[in-house]
Design a protein around this ligand. Sequence first.
Ligand SMILES: [Zn+2]
Length: 149
Amino acid sequence: MNKIVPNDNLSKHDCPLAVIKCVDFRFREADQEFIASGLGFKDFDLYAWPGAGKEILNGNGFKKTFVEKIVNVSINLHHIKKLLLLWHHDCGAYGGSKNFASAVAEEETYQKDLRAAKDMLAAELPAELEIIMAYSKTAPQGLEYVVIE
Ligand SMILES: [Zn+2]
């Protein structure tokens, strides 16, 4: 079965943003909605990996590979200006929310790891690339996305 899918983007060359986020299917649509209506980006290079960028902290070579792809593809080819590190509620890479004593403890861990990952990446990426950190947590209507400084 062949299927034709319209695509108005093929002639574009530049993209404002790259995102590293978890593969978790439960968050794909909400994450995209946050990036579009919360941050204002329709186009972005997507790096999806289990645990988002948690593996950057592991010292296993993932950081080196990720930095190379960001530089060679997203910066040099697509001219991104910003990189979003996006963690999420109940992430399996952390054993899920049940692995934390409280929702506050889960948030504090995500904030700590986001800042550590940002610092490690900032040391190797061009200074003019802005790195944004955000994570999701539960809210009565669904998910609340928190952008941290
Ligand atoms: Zn996850």
